[in-house]
Design a protein around this ligand. Structure first.
Ligand code: CMC
Length: 395
């Protein structure tokens, strides 16, 4: 009724114009600034991808080293931030910690409030990209009761992150290039994905003129949900569950539950709002899974075998075929991260780390757009029409 189109879940509403990421869901195609994800994953590292997303072009060697230096200079967080962590329960979920600490960055960098100054926007972007690995690693160290590990700027972005995660005062972290490359690929594959729920949240929060740290904190909050970034955690838990009940032999039973109209069980890591074909990121992730398990001598990893068997059975099943449900990026990323030694509760925080560049690129694009308006959806009102208030004794 009325003048507004009812479109719950934004199934057919384009809320912005964007030049950053292109997805062809029917073909299973993903391009960052025109470059296929398959080529970026093989030829570029994460910081080159960040440069591309932020600036629109891949950097040349000089531009890359300038950008890397800039990011590297900002990897530390203010020492007061370590005390901020002490306010969280020691078993706090890393995403709860991340929502709080990233939001708190706005209290440290007052220049971020001046969103109309492009230089201030740029320094906020650099700070966010540089500090997220430090904050994610701190969130992890805090929950396991180990001392925080400070960034080491002679390491690459991703090797530094892995060291902050795994080094202890008793044992230095030995950089393993295959594992660092795998983590870097996880970052590249998660860097942006056009107007998904968390990115739309960042844009909506930013449309009011809120500062970038607050906007990214809102994106992290949205990402946390199991239908979005929380799916990788949920997917690994699902695989562990099936494994505990008997593994490959129990797939049939599990699939029957998923197909049962009266059950709410979903095959996590399957299906996507936009991809109605194989998610190109899932293919790359499966490849990385092989490499990482091979490197670690875990080729016979039962969860990987289970995942491949589950994928095969689902792809042949009419329920999934008719609904065009294919594996998405989360189907294999949990197995890779688990093999690297990342605990399940941290998966979504790592997704947030990687997606931060996408959020900030999208936010920046929005702020720079002359057509930008405050985001203000309308509604179809279905409640009571006007009526009179009775005094309390008459109700
Ligand atoms: N398992 C079983 N059935 C499914 C699944 C699934 N994973 N996904 C969709 N369906 C069914 C759904 O029940 C519906 O069936 P019917 O037509 O009989 O009612 C049909 O497929 C269409 O699904 P939908 O829920 O209308 O699709 P959507 O676009 O609203 O949802 C989704 C997309 C990603 C939320 C959903 O596929 C899902 O919950 N998947 C599992 C969670 C997941 O893996 N999420 C990660 C997405 S990729 C990373 C990211 O973006 O964060």
């Amino acid at each position: 009724t009325g003048k507004f189109t009812y479109d719950p879940g934004f199934m057919s509403t384009a809320a912005c114009r964007s030049t950053i990421t292109y997805i062809d869901g029917d073909k299973g195609e993903l391009l960052y600034r025109g470059y296929p994800i398959e080529q970026l994953a093989v030829n570029c590292d994460f910081l080159e991808t960040c440069y591309l997303l932020l600036k629109g072009e891949l950097p040349n060697a000089t531009q890359k080293s300038e950008f890397v230096n800039k990011v590297t200079r900002h990897t530390m967080v203010h020492e007061q931030m370590s005390r901020f962590f002490q306010g969280f329960r020691r078993d706090a979920h890393p995403m709860a910690v991340l929502v709080g600490t990233v939001g708190a960055l706005s209290a440290f960098y007052h220049d971020s409030l001046d969103i109309n100054n492009p230089e201030h926007r740029e320094i906020s972007a650099i700070r966010l990209i540089a500090k997220l690995p430090t904050l994610v690693a701190m969130a992890y160290k805090y929950t396991v009761g180990q001392p925080f590990v400070y960034p080491r700027n002679d390491l690459s972005y991703t090797a530094n992150f892995m060291r902050m995660m795994f080094a202890t005062p008793c044992e230095e972290y030995k950089v393993n290039d295959v594992l660092v490359r795998a983590m870097d690929r996880i970052f590249i594959l998660h860097a942006d994905h056009e107007q998904n729920a968390s990115t739309s949240t960042v844009r909506l929060a930013g449309s009011s003129g809120a500062n970038p740290f607050a906007c990214i904190a809102s994106g992290i909050a949205c990402l946390w949900g199991p239908a979005h970034g929380g799916a990788n955690e949920a997917c690994l838990e699902m695989l562990e569950d099936i494994q505990a009940q008997g593994g490959v032999a129990k797939i049939g039973e599990f699939i029957a539950k998923v197909k049962d109209k009266n059950s709410s069980v979903k095959l996590m890591g399957f299906g996507h709002r936009v991809y109605k074909n194989y998610d190109p990121r899932a293919k790359l992730m499966r490849e990385t899974c092989h490499e990482v398990l091979g490197e670690l001598g875990l080729q016979d990893d039962p969860l990987f075998k289970l995942a491949m068997a589950l994928e095969k059975i689902a792809l042949e099943d009419d329920y999934f075929v008719s609904r065009k449900l294919y594996p998405n990026v989360d189907f294999y990323s949990g197995i890779v991260q688990r093999a690297i030694g990342i605990p399940t509760e941290l998966f979504t925080a790592i997704f947030a780390l990687a997606r931060t560049v996408g959020w900030i690129a999208q936010w920046n694009e929005m702020i720079s757009d002359p057509e930008q308006k405050i985001g203000r959806p309308r509604q179809l009102f279905t409640g009571e029409t006007q009526r009179d208030v009775k005094p309390l004794h008459q109700r």
